[in-house]
Design a protein around this ligand. Structure first.
Ligand code: FES
Length: 101
């Protein structure tokens, strides 16, 4: 596997009044994850990138972390550091943001 963790953040946009991650702050989340991972020197092992609809639009902004396949919903910019430290580095998913599947 190329990356230890691979993070896909939805930036899909739908016309209003439909809810979509890209119309909220999906792209800002991508930028925040990329920037912080780079600051920490982790961008080689942990990749964060944008993706299309993850089919959990009602819970957006959403993202998924592989290889675990853990989905997160209603992710705020203020949650980025906790997800990085707890899950991406510490391997402990952030349960309060986790979507149950
Ligand atoms: S628009 Fe983000 S999950 Fe559908």
């Amino acid at each position: 596997m190329k990356y230890k963790k691979h993070v896909f953040i939805c930036t899909n946009q739908k016309p209003a009044p439909k809810k979509s991650c890209g119309e909220e702050h999906g792209m800002a989340l991508v930028d925040a994850f990329k920037e912080r991972l780079k600051d920490l020197g982790l961008q080689i092992d942990i990749r964060a990138q944008k993706t299309g609809c993850l089919d959990v639009c009602a819970f957006g902004p959403s993202m998924v972390v592989y290889p675990e396949g853990v989905f997160y919903g209603k992710v705020e910019l203020s949650d980025v550091e906790e997800i990085i430290q707890s899950h991406l580095i510490g391997n402990e998913p952030v349960e309060r943001l986790r979507l149950a599947f």
